[in-house]
Design a binder for this molecule. Structure first.
Ligand code: MF3
Ligand code: CO
Length: 287
């Protein structure tokens, strides 16, 4: 759906020249056969400011969840926390009614890979690992990030999965360099996951974000260095690897048509950041 909210933002002093340089360099890469982003994917400085403010609320939501999550809590209660915090800060939870999603946040427990729906029936218990995926719209600007939470004492096996999934995100971040390629990110994530005996989910990935919830490009968490779309300063996208303890295969729950689960029933872990490509690297704009 088109975002009707958005005004065309004016350029900052000197921005037109800065933008022109980037576009010129992009043209040179294109002539050499690189896939380049459409120019609308390069955010203006005013848009970046808006996305940063959205990201600050989004981080606040996750910090609020971190402060309250505990054994015995239901995922419905997490949904309530997210909704209340978000609207109290003048923002809107992006998942709510997104393509029919019924709640304000995704909560995915153990063998749930992503898109878990909060429910009063899901009670968090000692030993669970939970992904809480928060996305915020502030003044029409979108941000998106998720963290894993350990509920009480968690097995060494699951703690290792959560840690390695986190390292996969960090490796992806480090690999994201301006005038590099999306494949550099995928390769870094995939190598680290597989070196640890885990697998990477392919059907879902990161995405452009900012003016819409899901924009181009699709950010694969597997790939080859030097392949895929060119990374250009001004792009804003998520890195959000889903790492499975067992096989990579997944399915969608036929009853709720949202929850994604591992085929083999083994746990899955995911961390997500929204990042801005700068002249030096990927800057994290959510926490
Ligand atoms: N937050 C998810 C992402 O990282 C998208 C969730 S869509 C929803 O892209 F509808 F399930 F919320
Ligand atoms: Co996302």
């Amino acid at each position: 759906m088109k975002n009707l909210f958005k005004k065309k933002e004016a350029l900052m002093p000197g921005e037109a020249e800065r933008r022109e340089k980037v576009l010129q360099r992009m043209k040179e890469y294109k002539a050499r056969g690189y896939r380049v982003p459409l120019r609308k994917l390069l955010k203006t400085e005013a848009q970046i400011e808006g996305i940063r403010r959205s990201g600050a609320v989004n981080t606040g939501v996750l910090d609020c969840v971190a402060a309250h999550i505990c054994p015995g809590m239901t995922t419905e209660e997490i949904d309530r926390l997210v909704y209340d915090y978000t609207v109290a800060h003048g923002a809107v939870p992006a998942p709510l009614h997104y393509e029919g999603f019924p709640k304000s946040v995704c909560t995915s427990v153990n063998d749930e890979v992503c898109h878990g729906i909060p429910s009063p029936k899901v009670v968090l218990k000692e030993g669970d690992i939970v992904n809480v995926d928060v996305s915020t719209i502030l003044d029409g600007y979108y941000s998106d990030a998720s963290r894993m939470f350990l509920i009480g004492e968690v097995s060494e096996e699951c703690r290792r999965l959560v840690r390695v999934a986190r390292e996969c995100l960090d490796k992806g971040l480090e690999a994201a360099k301006p005038w590099g390629c999306l494949g550099d990110i995928g390769a870094a994530v995939q190598e680290h996951a597989e070196a640890n005996g885990y697998s990477v989910v392919r059907e879902y990935g990161g995405h452009g974000v900012g003016l819409e919830f899901h924009e181009d490009p699709f950010v694969d968490h597997v790939g080859k260095r030097g392949k895929g779309m060119l990374l250009v300063p001004g792009m804003v996208f998520t890195i959000e690897p889903m790492i499975n303890m067992g096989k990579r295969h997944i399915y969608v729950d036929a009853d709720d048509e949202w929850t994604v689960l591992t085929d083999d029933g083994l746990p899955s872990a995911q961390w997500e950041y929204t990042v801005l490509m700068t002249e030096t690297g990927a800057e994290v704009i959510t926490g």
